[in-house]
Write a protein that binds this ligand. Structure first.
Ligand code: SAH
Length: 241
């Protein structure tokens, strides 16, 4: 069975998963530590890619090429954009777009030159498993109770969106965007190039407004880290089912 890659941008986003790996072995490549092991019987590679699109793309390329990962799951936090996407909610990406890609007038806004597209679809089967796993978490975890699970467009760019003015602008330009983060669409493009399936799940840590940086660190450690662990494990179980 092919290895599944599990990726997060920040230490906290993968920290809770690492102790769950059996037979842990680590290898350093391109300045990153790739952790190989078994998670509930599945061969996985766990890695922190770093923040931003290039960091995510480099890591995804190593995973898919050097380590031949069969699929990639990205887990982490994001800022809520659409109305009703609140802190503590979970967003599963059905498609991803780079909101800071703009090669106009040579190409339409957001289109990635030579790919002919702006939106990259996540794998429907993995997305369905991540959504189901998130719903299970919301139904069973006392902290996650009341969380809404959303599925739709997630947008990425090399900016921490932390002002109301900027999130208003993104909402106006891309009204169907549910959440904004800094890596997902880069991973999506690399997986598209390699023809490998991927899924992206994000816990909403902030509303991408002037208060975005407030409790960010604490939220990632206390809430998003255990959510990531539980959602990924439940999604893996669903693959067996
Ligand atoms: N460590 C920094 C911020 C990290 S950047 C701090 O303490 O403030 C934010 C990370 O979380 C990125 O990996 C990104 O994918 C995600 N993220 C969460 N909220 C975001 C937002 N409002 N805008 C962009 N990225 C966001």
């Amino acid at each position: 069975m092919t290895r599944l890659a599990i990726v997060g941008a920040m230490h906290e986003e993968i920290a809770a998963l690492r102790p769950c790996l059996e037979g842990l072995r680590s290898e350093r490549r391109a300045g990153r530590d790739f952790h190989f092991g078994r998670l509930d019987g599945h061969e996985v590679i766990l890695v922190r890619c770093g923040i931003g699109k290039v960091a995510a793309a480099t890591t995804a390329a190593v995973l898919l090429d050097a380590f031949d990962a069969g699929a990639l799951l990205f887990t982490g936090v994001a800022g809520g954009l659409a109305d009703g996407v609140r802190v503590g909610d979970i967003v599963v990406a059905s498609a991803l777009l780079q909101h800071d890609m703009n090669a106009e007038p040579l190409f339409p806004r957001w289109e990635v030159p030579l790919t002919g597209r702006a939106r990259f679809d996540a794998d429907p089967a993995w997305s369905a498993r991540l959504a189901q796993a998130s719903r299970t978490l919301a139904a069973t975890d006392t902290h996650a109770q009341g969380a809404t699970i959303h599925q739709g467009l997630v947008i990425s760019g090399d900016r921490f969106v932390a002002t109301r003015a900027e999130s208003d602008q993104l909402r106006a330009l891309l009204p169907d965007a549910l959440a904004v983060e800094m890596e997902g669409a880069a991973v999506a493009q690399v997986c598209h190039d390699f023809g490998r399936p991927f899924g992206v799940v994000r816990t909403i840590s902030d509303r991408a407004d002037d208060a975005a940086h407030g409790d960010f660190q604490r939220f990632v450690r206390d809430v998003a880290a255990p959510y990531s662990r539980d959602i990924v494990r439940a999604a893996l179980h669903l693959r067996d089912a």
